[in-house]
Design a protein around this ligand. Sequence first.
Ligand code: NI
Length: 172
Amino acid sequence: MAKREIILLPDPVLRLVAEPIAIVDDGVRKLASDMLETMYAAPGVGLAAPQIGVSRRLIVLDVSETDEDKQPYVMINPRIVKRSDAPNVHEEGCLSIPDVRVEIERPAEVVVAYLDRDGKPQELAASALLATCIQHEIDHLDGRLLIDYMSRLKRDMVVRRFKKLARERAGV
Ligand code: NI
């Protein structure tokens, strides 16, 4: 496994619609392992492939609270097949947009269909933080970010700040 660099706003790869994965092979499994390592190191509870610069439909998650009960999920080509009417509001953060928190209302429960690391179709009913996290990560695969749930004014302020940080990182 290898830890990868996390791509930050405003890198355009974060805005692409990611490509479906046709075959679950060793390359995809390696990518998933690298993503899990990167997520745990951050630390974070979810990561989407575009966040390490790979525009493919793969997400990893682990919302467990301690190292002892780790429960990593690898979801390939995930899609929500059922949503509850009841909403839930969570304050969300994103490893690609450090130090920004946004309260977002989403369906409280979802059923997600995906392929696992062996390429086997799976379905998972999720609620609470896991449901939020799955929806957040699938947003990434569609080029959608948590700042899109903010007001235009606040979003523009965040984007300006991250553009400035990117220029500073590049030494411009
Ligand atoms: Ni995110």
